[in-house]
Design a protein around this ligand. Structure first.
Ligand SMILES: Cc1cc2nc3c(=O)[nH]c(=O)nc-3n(C[C@H](O)[C@H](O)[C@H](O)COP(=O)(O)OP(=O)(O)OC[C@H]3O[C@@H](n4cnc5c(N)ncnc54)[C@H](O)[C@@H]3O)c2cc1C
Length: 481
């Protein structure tokens, strides 16, 4: 049936790309051409002669927002750790994005951060990453992956399900349907299928239909809403900074952010946690920004002309599919990206995790054998554990968020406000904090003696000066909703 799949819309060859390292199989199929699917395809092209990526969306030729990824219109920050991982997979990606006019941003030095009522000190660091819109980043990744030998990206093609061997133990291919009049279901055989279809992944249901138990699903509800507009980015807009974040915090569940992106534009997002929904009407949206405890975002945009209308995106819950706990799984099937775990986007982790998982896939392919699903999911869980704990642990600092608060979570949520307070003044603490947030260092470094010592010194001197939380900025809170 292979010949019924039309030629890929983005198939090219590129002489400069090195030849495949160890050939494992003839064909790998990736479902979903988002960040995770594209990066997985990049890695698979080293080991499979034919890598077919299916996406049900119409994929644009350039950097345009698309219908099936509505979150793409909202702020997407690629943190320094993720940028490094992506650049390793696709050397030259950063230069492409900079060539498109995306600014290089020191995530500790160039961004004005307000966390837990503190304005963090801006200190020069090596946490530099390119600040691109999600459509532009995806466009550049897609172009580079499509240029790999053997990679074909087929859009407007729905993944309907899996095919399996007679005994049901091995996935042997996929069932797909072109989004075109008169098309009929087609089957494409594959040695390996990777599901990267995002939060709506149907793999749990497909497994169940094939007689397997679906994975346990864990959720932490945050009921988060982003409402975003684009503005022309005048250098004076943010007083020389390249970003502003007013993070929502338990006493005040509303916030906002500005991200400078390519082509002299910036994205401005109003954020509400736990059911606080920023309005989508232009006037209501501006009023929301004006009502925030800090004026920074409102001041930046109040005299600026928006380039579009506010657009809303609702994110109900962080969600993790616990495939690593499945006792039985078919061979020949992996899951990656949001399809396996999607995090509260405020922590800016998802694209970086997709890059780390692609790096892990490269490790699994090094053995020269088909990746073993049980090993894959076990190792992927190790990649996901830390960011999952950081995101859900942070959310559990909100008394209204439901979930189990382990001793570790309770300790972290007592200690982190002290770190934020110290980071308002101490450049070493703020750098250590952002190295963790940018997924360059593990969270344990914040609990190591050098940082703990500095945090305690700041805390003691602030207490001696008469305030429990040192260096808290005077705020002008206005009543929520
Ligand atoms: C509002 C918001 C803001 C975010 N901000 C950040 C941020 O600042 N930093 C960060 O790192 N991450 C952020 N993320 C997370 C980030 O978007 C994702 O984690 C990351 O892009 C990986 O996504 P993915 O490729 O797994 O899934 P997706 O991006 O959802 O891609 C899935 C793809 O699969 C396709 N597809 C779905 N079903 C089918 C099917 N049946 N057949 C064929 N194709 C199918 C879709 O069309 C899509 O192209 C944010 C997320 C949201 C919701």
């Amino acid at each position: 049936m292979t010949e019924q799949i039309p030629d890929a819309c983005f198939s090219h060859s590129n002489e400069e790309v090195p030849e495949m390292v160890t050939r494992i199989g003839d064909r790998a199929v990736v479902l979903g051409a988002g960040t995770a699917g594209l990066l997985a395809a990049r890695v698979l092209s080293d080991a499979y002669s034919d890598v077919v990526v299916f996406d049900h969306d119409r994929l644009p030729d350039g950097a345009a927002a698309r219908r099936c990824v509505p979150q793409g219109r909202h702020i997407h920050v690629l943190v320094a750790g993720g940028m490094r991982a992506m650049e390793e997979l696709l050397p030259g990606l950063t230069a492409d994005l900079v060539g498109d006019g995306a600014p290089m941003v020191d995530q500790c030095g160039d961004v004005r951060w307000y966390l837990g009522g503190h304005r963090l000190r801006q200190a020069e660091s090596d946490l530099t990453a390119v600040s691109a819109s999600r459509p532009n980043l995806e466009h550049r990744v897609r172009s580079r992956v499509a240029a790999r030998p053997g990679v074909r990206i087929v859009d407007r093609c729905d993944a309907l399900g899996l095919t399996v061997s007679r005994d049901g133990r091995k996935v042997t291919g996929v069932r797909v349907l072109r989004r075109a009049d008169g098309s009929v279901e087609e089957v494409l055989d594959a040695d390996l299928v990777v599901d990267a279809t995002g939060r709506g992944s149907r793999t749990p249901a497909w497994l169940e239909r094939l007689g397997y138990h679906p994975p346990e699903r864990e959720e932490v509800r945050v009921d988060l809403t982003y409402v975003t507009r684009t503005y022309a980015s005048d250098p004076a807009l943010m007083g020389g900074d390249l970003g502003i974040l007013l993070a929502p915090s338990p006493p005040y569940p509303r916030g906002a952010a500005i991200q400078a992106i390519e082509n002299g534009r910036c994205l401005v997002t109003a954020v509400g946690m736990l059911g606080h929904r920023p309005p989508s009407s232009p006037d209501g949206w501006v009023d929301f920004l004006r009502s925030l405890p800090r004026p920074d975002v409102y001041d930046a945009i109040r005299d600026a002309e928006p380039l579009d209308a506010p657009r809303s995106y609702h994110f109900p819950a962080s969600r993790r599919q616990r495939y690593e706990r499945c006792r039985r799984l078919p061979e020949g099937l992996l899951v990656t990206g949001d399809a396996a775990c999607s995090f509260n986007p405020i922590y800016a982790q998802g694209m970086s995790i997709a890059a780390f998982e692609a790096g892990l896939l490269a490790e699994h392919l090094k053995g020269g054998r088909e990746p073993d699903p049980h090993r894959w999911f076990r190792d992927m869980a190790k990649v996901v554990d830390v960011p999952w704990d950081m995101a859900t642990g942070g959310d559990l600092a909100w008394p209204q968020v439901e979930g189990r608060r382990s001793a570790k979570v309770r300790l972290a949520n007592r200690y982190l406000p002290l770190v934020h307070a110290a980071a308002a003044q101490d450049p070493e603490v703020v750098r250590a904090f952002f190295r963790v947030a940018a997924m360059v260092d593990p969270p344990g470094t914040l609990f190591a003696a050098p940082v703990v010592g500095r945090v305690l010194r700041r805390t003691i001197s602030a207490c001696a000066a008469g305030s429990r939380t040192p260096a808290r900025e005077p705020a002008t809170p206005r009543p929520p909703r």
